[in-house]
Design a protein around this ligand. Structure first.
Ligand SMILES: Nc1ncnc2c1ncn2[C@@H]1O[C@H](COP(=O)(O)OP(=O)(O)OP(=O)(O)O)[C@@H](O)[C@H]1O
Ligand SMILES: [Mg+2]
Length: 308
């Protein structure tokens, strides 16, 4: 549904996007991650037909972003990272204005505005002036505006920035709802745990290049091919560490106070056996949990830090 092929974008001499290629299949959510200045907004603006690539191709729903701009705009909703709000306009009027701009007939507009207000939980704010809303509610209005023409494809540039925890959770749920509606979504965010929750696929970009792409769990596993357990002990932590170190599936141990971290390629059988053996040695165990590989960890491994 979204296809980018060998895309380059230069600002003067400065390369903002370097040989970027990826695809987002229909109905999938693609989480776009990268350090500040990596090239996310530049890529999204090209897809939104607001900026032209220096070379390469990009298409949305099969329409070329350069030669078929009108078709792209019809089927795509873009939420920019920064957006203007017209003063003296109420939420309902603002949405009606954009509905009219998309040539939605007046009779139909009323119902659609009601629907998008419900979807973004803004029903109570319909008659408030947009410029007096809190940052989070402005974000919601912008998202509502993005949905007004029922686009098949959504390009959302950091829609969660400035949202309180409840609003972020609601946004996550909204994205899942949009997926069940069959929408294709490209979304950037610096809140990696949120992205991991709803993204089908992720791409990590650094200095304009895609360094990692794939399904969230696969990517996480690829960059942490071992398991990580954390045990908590009441007594006998040193005994436990000493014995566990001798086990062939254990690669690394790290003891901190009464907490022991264990890295290795042990299976569930091994873990159950470790447990029984340690109890047999008089070690008092409070608990054990597995620490799953997560996106933060992958991000820290594949990006080098510093501003590009
Ligand atoms: N209009 C512009 N003129 C010159 N350079 C630009 C312009 N827009 C972006 N850049 C440069 O292109 C690079 C990519 O910027 P971009 O805004 O795409 O990054 P980003 O990944 O969205 O970062 P952030 O996470 O901070 O939003 C940066 O080095 C930036 O300085
Ligand atoms: Mg950006």
């Amino acid at each position: 549904m979204i296809k980018i092929e060998r895309l380059f974008k230069f600002f003067g001499e400065h390369p903002a996007i370097v040989d970027l290629s990826f695809e987002v299949p229909q109905g999938k959510i693609f989480g776009f991650i990268g350090p500040n200045g990596a090239g996310k907004t530049s890529t999204m603006r090209i897809l939104a037909t607001l900026s032209r690539p220096s070379s390469g191709n990009a298409s949305v729903g099969g329409f070329d972003v350069q030669s078929e701009q009108r078709d792209v705009r019809r089927i795509m909703g873009y939420m920019p990272d920064h957006f203007g709000i017209y003063p003296g306009m109420r939420v309902g009027e603002y949405l009606d204005f954009f509905g009219a701009a998309f040539r939605i007939p007046l009779a139909k507009r009323r119902g659609i505005i009601k629907d998008v207000l419900a979807l973004t939980d803004l029903e109570q704010k319909r008659d408030d002036f947009v410029d007096t809303l809190s940052q989070g509610n402005k974000q919601r209005v912008c998202l509502a505006k993005t949905l007004i023409h029922d686009p098949k494809v959504l390009i959302l540039d950091e829609p969660a920035s400035g949202l309180d925890p409840r609003a972020r959770i609601e946004l996550r749920e909204l994205l899942k709802t949009l997926r069940t509606m069959g929408k294709t979504v490209l979304i950037s965010s610096h809140i990696l745990s949120d992205l991991a929750d709803f993204s089908d696929l992720i791409g990590i970009i650094e200095r304009g290049k895609l360094v990692v792409t794939g399904a969230v769990q696969e990517v996480a596993k690829k960059y942490r091919p071992y398991r990580l357990l954390e045990w908590r002990f009441l007594e006998g932590a040193e005994t436990a560490e000493g014995w566990l170190k001798s086990q062939p599936t254990v690669q690394k141990t790290e003891l901190n106070d009464h907490r022991l971290r264990l890295e290795g390629n042990f299976n569930d059988e091994d873990i159950a056996r470790f447990h029984a053996e340690m109890v047999g040695k008089g070690v008092k165990i409070i608990g054990c949990r597995e620490i799953e590989a997560n996106l933060e960890e992958v991000f820290m491994r594949v990006t080098s830090g510093g501003v590009s």
